[in-house]
Design a protein around this ligand. Structure first.
Ligand SMILES: Cc1ncc(C[n+]2csc(CCOP(=O)(O)OP(=O)(O)O)c2C)c(N)n1
Ligand SMILES: [Mg+2]
Length: 584
């Protein structure tokens, strides 16, 4: 059954994801508590239910408190995976946690946390550390790099708050300060826990929850006046829904705005699925030459007003400078500022601005499109025996998705081609579409399954990225999770090959279908035609265990989006087409 008559009221009545627990009374804590107990109780009350990590000797007392808490610990195979999992968990749950040991663990997880910072994902990093007494004479201790401060200083670059809990009196307020900053800014924070502090009884004092800031009323009024005048004048406006709508849970507001004014909505790759893709006003992913289709590209580029709401303007989301969005026909509203054409307004709260625009008086615009437009066509009989193209990988997957599915894309054609995923039902999508770190998707799949029990992860991962974090499937098996992992095997670094050919793009061919034997669980299959892939996906729906589908495509077979991006990158970097050798 197709479901295209989706309205905002419907969206709002059905919570999309579990909510972070609302504020709580500080006086509900006892006067004193052991530091470790307080830390994990505070995180639990702020919405954390799972922690991802790897222990180490400096972190063992912290892990012991974690194990005694209401938060479930998930020990992963390697810290980068723990970081990616915590990031994905945060995107769905509203806050996530990674627990590691000092430097060897903390620095291992740094790249994932950098990605969480770049893409605004609220992750709390808890790192075990040498004790207060250990530090007194500045000895050379194992895991120490330069000074005892090194790890914290490195983390200052990728977090909005950090602390080392060396003082009992301030420990509780420092934990609260960091966790509240994480929730407010939707960015990572760092809490270092010396091993000889974590069992100490600390006073629960000094916790404050400052009121969220308010807009300056004059600035808000002026920005609104200018924005509404543009909206009222526009004949063909369009909304470009950005990732902050997902992070700040404001997509419902924007849907209400779009419905009242009858304005179509496009997303970008980072924000894909922030707006339900089966909504009658949703028209697809816009990203210049990387757009999901010509309709959405043409519509956005010929619109007389583009309302960019919560949008990150990045080289990736703007299709490597192929996007055509001139300032004279755009309004850009984010949590940091509002730009109306050439004017910039600071001191405006994002939510207040959206609420005011959503409730302003305007007449609905002319826009009509059939709900089925842009949806993938079913496979015909004659197509079933044909070799899979990358375009058909995304098309066939789209035909199998519904509101119980969350697609997670890794870097490579898995993410570029994912612009072409479009389902008649409301499937979810997450991917590191700005920071673009390989290795994200398999661990993220585990986190999605834990964060939202009703969602089944559909992990799209290239053979190269799978070789980075694919063994994390062993954790999925241990926890009895059921991700569907689609390994896109094009014999190496296909994306790099599109930009510049060389022996450095060659990787070892693994027997990917054997991974289930290695991790002792799940079922795997290898496919290379449209029909085989379609059947493999149908089979996953009948089984509730890990499924690995190895999709074999020839070297050089790429989605239109990747071909396009690679062409642009070659142009920008001055790489001639001669260095791009298409081999099949
Ligand atoms: C951690 C990390 N290392 C290197 C890169 C650079 N990089 C981007 S795509 C890519 C190749 C990906 O290969 P694969 O996973 O097989 O996907 P394909 O491009 O073949 O679709 C590389 C090496 C990256 N983005 N992240
Ligand atoms: Mg590959």
């Amino acid at each position: 059954m197709m479901r295209n008559n989706f309205e905002v009221s419907d969206y709002l009545s059905r919570p999309r994801f579990p909510k972070v627990s609302p504020g709580f009374a500080v006086d509900s804590f006892p006067a004193t508590m052991p530091l470790g107990q307080f830390l994990f109780e505070y995180l639990y009350r702020r919405g954390v239910r799972h922690s991802f990590g790897v222990p180490g000797d400096f972190a063992l007392p912290t892990f012991a408190w974690l194990e005694k808490s209401k938060i479930q610990n998930v020990t992963m195979t390697h810290e980068p995976s723990a970081g990616f999992a915590a990031d994905a968990y945060s995107r769905i749950n509203g806050i996530g946690l990674v627990c590691v040991t000092y430097c060897v663990g903390g620095l291992n997880v740094l790249n994932a946390i950098a990605g969480a910072y770049a893409e605004k994902s609220p992750v709390v990093v808890v790192s075990g550390a040498p004790g207060r007494r250990d530090r007194e004479k500045d000895p050379l201790l194992h895991h120490k790099v330069k000074t005892f401060e090194t790890q914290r200083r490195v983390y200052d670059e990728v977090t909005v708050a950090s602390t080392v809990l060396l003082d009992e009196q301030r420990a509780a307020s420092e934990v609260a300060r960091c966790v509240e900053a994480c929730l407010r800014h939707k960015r990572p924070v760092y809490i270092e826990v010396p091993h000889d502090m974590v069992d100490r009884e600390i006073p629960i004092v000094g916790i404050s929850h400052p009121e969220p800031p308010k807009s300056d009323p004059h600035t808000l009024r002026a920005a609104l006046k200018e924005t509404l005048a543009l909206i009222r004048r526009a004949k063909k406006p369009v909304i470009l829904a950005g990732v902050e709508l997902a992070r700040y849970r404001t997509a419902g507001l924007v849907l209400r705005m779009a419905e009242r004014m009858n304005i179509p909505i496009a997303a970008d790759l980072l924000s894909k699925s922030a707006i339900p893709e089966n909504h009658r006003l949703y028209i697809g992913v816009y990203g210049g030459a990387m757009s999901s289709d010509e309709f959405v590209r043409e519509y956005v580029e010929s619109a007389d007003l583009v309302l960019m709401l919560g949008t990150f303007i990045t080289d990736m989301s703007m299709g490597f400078y192929t996007a055509k969005l001139d300032r004279h026909r755009t309004v850009l509203a984010t949590t940091e500022r509002v730009n109306v054409q050439y004017h910039r307004y600071d001191s405006i709260q994002f939510r207040e601005f959206l609420e005011a625009v959503a409730t302003a008086r305007t007449t609905p615009k002319e826009f009509k499109r059939s709900g089925a437009d842009g949806l993938p066509k079913p496979l015909t009989k004659s197509e079933r025996t044909k070799a899979l193209s990358m375009a058909n990988v995304f098309r066939i997957l789209s035909l199998h998705l519904d509101e119980r599915c969350c697609v997670i894309s890794d870097i490579g054609d898995a993410i570029f081609g994912a612009a072409g995923i479009r389902s008649a039902r409301q499937a979810q999508f997450i991917a590191p579409a700005y920071y673009m770190s390989m290795g994200f998707a398999v661990p993220a799949g585990i986190a999605v399954a834990l964060a939202a029990k009703k969602l089944r992860p559909y992990v799209l991962v290239g053979d190269g990225a799978f070789q980075m974090t694919g063994v994390e499937l062993s954790t999925a098996v241990r926890l009895g999770l059921n991700p569907v992992v689609i390994v896109l095997n094009n014999d190496g670094y296909g994306t790099m090959r599109q930009i510049r050919e060389g022996g450095f793009n060659q990787i070892t061919q693994w027997n990917y279908a054997k991974v289930c034997e290695l991790v002792r669980g799940g079922r795997s299959t290898t496919v290379s035609t449209n029909g085989e892939f379609d059947e493999a996906l149908s089979a996953t729906q009948k089984s509730n265990q890990l499924s690995v589908i190895e999709v074999c495509v020839p070297r050089g077979e790429v989605s239109d989006q990747l071909a396009c991006i690679a062409r642009e990158v070659r142009k920008i970097r001055g790489i001639g087409d001669g260095q791009f050798v298409r081999k099949s």
